[in-house]
Every structure is written in C-alpha cells, then in structure tokens.
Design a protein. Sequence first.
Lengths: 274, 323
Amino acid sequence: MNELQKKALEIRKDVWRMIKNAKTGHTGSDLSCADILVSLYYHVLNVDPKNPKADDRDRYVQSKGHAVEVYWAILADKGFISKEELATYSQYGSRLIGHPNNKVPGVEMNTGSLGHGLAVSVGIALAAKLDQRSYQTYTLLGDGELAEGSVWEGAMAAANYQLDNLTAIIDRNGLQITGKSEEVMRVEPLKEKWEAFGWQVLEVADGNDIESLIRAFETPHEEGKPKMILAHTVKGKGVAFAENVAAWHHKVPTDEQYEEALVSLNQQLEVLEK
Amino acid sequence: MSDKEMNKIANRQVMCEVLTEAGKKSKDLLVLTSDSRGSASLVPFAEALPKQMIEVGIAEQNIVSIAAGLAHSGKRPFVASPAAFLSMRSIEQVKVDVAYSNTNVKLVGISGGVSYGSLGMSHHSLQDIAVTRAIPNLQVLLPADRHETKAMFQALTHSDQPAYIRLGRNPVQDCYSDANYGFEIGKAVTMKEGTDVVLIATGETVRIALDTAENLMKDNISCKVLNIHTIKPIDKEAILSAAKETGLVVSIEEHSIFGGLGGAVAEVLSEVADVIHKIIGIPDEPAVTGTGLEIFTHYGLEPKSFGKIVKEMVAQKHDKTGV
Ligand SMILES: [Mg+2]
C-alpha cells in the first residue's frame, strides 16, 4: 500500500510539471482522481502495456475526460507511451491532447464531452456478456457530470442488461468549475438515486485513500447488478493551497506555486520512505 | 409505370431481409432499436435472431453510445431509429463516440425526410444530410429503391466505416430492375444518358428525376440522370463530367435546400466555370403537413412541376449560350 501511495505522489508531481510547462490543464480535477487511477492501473486493471489491445484486457473509459494529465502520466509510467512524450502534452501536433485520445496506446475511447463514458461502457460490458467473455469494464465520472441526462440513460440500461461486469466510479469532490456542485445543480441523494436505478452502491468515505478504494474495487458484484463506487474525494488533493478550491479546477500554477507544490509532495514522499 | 407492377415492398423491409441473412452468418452483427423495431420493419430480424437484437428503449443518445461500445468490442451494430431523432437528438454521440472514436457503427435513420408527413416538423428529418455530412469520418447514404437498398446494405455489412443511412417509410417505385448493377459506396450511378441537362437526385427523388426525364423527351429535351446514392464521400468526378457535358445541373432532394445534396453538388461545381446549377428541395420553413405525396406535390417534388422548372432552365441555358 505504501508503494501505491508513493506512486500517487510521483504521479501528482508529473501532473504539476505537465500543467506548468504546458500552461494549461485541469489541475484540481487530476489531483482529485489521482488515487482512483493509481488504484485501477497499479492494482485492479488487467492491462498490458506491451499488448494494449489484448482481447481479454480490462477496459477503462474515462468519462471525465478533462482530467487527462493524470491519465497521460500514468500511461507513461506504465510504459504505454514513453516518459519523454509527456513533455509534448498539449503541444502543436502532439497526440497527448487535452482529452483522452484513442490514438494513444491504452486509451479505449475518445471522451471530452461529458456524459458519454457510462453509456459507451454499457456497450463494452454488454459485448462481454453477449460473448461470455470475462473482461471487466470500468468508467470514471465526475460529480458535475451527473447533471448530464445521458448519464442516467446509461445508468438505466446498465441495470436493465444486468451488467455485473461493469464498475463505475464517481469522483465526488463536491466542486465543479462554478463552485459547489450542490449549488450548481443538486444531485443528492446520490447513493439512493443509484440504488433506485438498480445499482449496487459502495460509498468510500475517503476517496483519496487507496486502501479503501481497493477494498471497494475488490468487493464482489452483487449478481446481476452494475457496481457504483461513490468516492468522496478532495479536489486539488495533495497540495494545501489547491485543496477544495473550485478555482483550481483548471488553474495553472505560478513558478512559486509550482515550487511550493513540489516541496509539499516531496515532504509527503519522505514521510512514506521512513 | 405502364409496363411494371407497382412495387409494394418498402426499403426498410429489404434492409431487414439483408440484415437477417447476414446476421445468420455472423453473430457479431447486431441490430439496436429504440422502441422502433416495428417502424423499422425489423420484427422478423428480432424473431429470427433474438440474441442479436438489442432493445435500448426510447433513448436515442444512449443507443448511439451503446452501439459505439459494442463496436469497440468487435461487434457490428446497426442502429435503427427515426431519422429525425437519430440525426438531431444523438448527433453529439454520433460525432464523438462513432465518428471521432472511429467505431464501426451503422446509423440507419428510418422514416426519413417527410415520411412522417402529417406528424409535423418534430418528426420530419429535412436537415439530416446537412448535419451528418459535416462530420468527419462519417459516410452518408440514401438508396433510391428496394434494389439499391439491397445492394447498399450488403455492402454495409462488409464495410468497416461509420455511416449514416437514410431510409424512407413507404415503398418507392423501382429505379433498377435488380440489385446486380455494380453498386459501390461512393460511386454515382448514371441512370440515363442525356445532353441538355443533368438531373442529380438521391433517395426517393431519383424516381422523380427518371420520370421527369422520360416526360421531357416529348419536348425534345435530353436529360442525363445521375443518382448520388452516396452523398459522402461524394463522386466528384461523375458530377464534374456530367456538368461539363451538359453545362446545366438541376438537383432535386427531399431535404432542406440548405446543405443537402444541392449544397454538396454546389461545392463540387464551385470549382468549374460556366455551369448553371439550380437546387430544388424543401424551402427554409417548417414543411407543410399531409401525406408524403401531398408534401412532395406542394413543393414541386413531382415530375410535372419539376419538369416545368427543368424546361425553363434548359431554355435559359440556350438563350445564354445561343445554342
Ligand atoms: Mg467535481
């Protein structure tokens, strides 16, 4: 677990570096879901960087596509792409664009417009059911995204087709670009809503705690039900001045803020080394 | 129509036959419907291949995303949903999940154009060609009759590219005697040779163009008729050579005069000088309601009115060129 926590800190450092260099990115959104992606890519998902299109691979669709820097950093660290390529993020002609791009090995589907990933994942999981294949399908949604009606069309269909091979995760950080999600558009009570739609819902009180996340991922599906992990996260997690501040949704750090962020992340790493 | 029986078979029924046959050969061929299997004439498919029929309910955004996910996992989904909704309600899913992610989804817009004549603008699809053909990596096709529907869907079951296909609801009179005329996606068909004018048509207006051409022979006007069954990728060469041969193009379509077949042809013709082109279609207004035939007649989409316009255009051309 210690190793995964260290990994999440290293990935956070990559995220800060990429966004500072490119002068663009969704800082707060990346940091919010970094631990969810680390849990998936370093523990849960059966994926092989050397064979990214393997038939039996697990599928991951990032519905909150804007949190892409953390995704690129992880794909590079896992070896789907080279570490050097991260420097091209957001540059003219680079395939590492500001949203998931399936020209990059390891990326299944293009996203960016919110409210698509769940329904696409329903199709992927349904294909597995039709062919009695064993791969699992995962998709990550933001909480602001839940205002999209298409999310609920997907939710209904997943339960209707009894997709107990599908897991969705909500990065419930309570914030979106304008401010508090509950003030922008009320989505609570979330647990009850998803249960009413026919889902098994697991709430993770600390959605930045990798151990709790993995426990939720490893909890077996109830038969015939898709699984929702409602992860209560902190937007901007890991650097005090960015935590729980809506403005950090896509804020670019100054030189001073960047240095401060790295000092803080390195200190946390040192604590874990001991 | 004197020597032929009136055709009673709708294009959608032919689609069902082709898909059922192909579905029996490959379990990866799927049909998805949005409570639309009846309107799409796909009940026989559902009965023959129940495991290959996915019902999504009345959710046109969902049906496209789910189809994209299925295609990404190796399936060959055909989505059949009313054209008015499929080309509007779900157009962003078409753009992102199908065209952009490059998933092999075939989007069949059923009851296209003014098929749902009396149901009003909500159910008319007179912008679908304009919208779909502006999306990169999406083919756009309309069959002229049941034989072309057969050839087209046989080709589509083997193609790996995303496509939007518009079908009408009612039977249309035959334009071909059979399906063995060498259909190829992207390749226009010369239905009739002629020297004074080329009539360019697509879908259900091909029959109108053919009847018009036949009528005008009595007036010593020689019409060439070009069937653009594939609006995208459009057959530039066929259009350019027909335009150069005749110097006069009149296009006719069951679509808004903006951005449809006429728009696509005009884009091609913008590269050449000395060709006159008139676009006949539905004007920029909520179309009148009634039966399909009543609406076609109202807007001059029938051989008599269309013939009159073609005749005037030919006269204008002769005045201008002195020929
Ligand atoms: Mg949020």
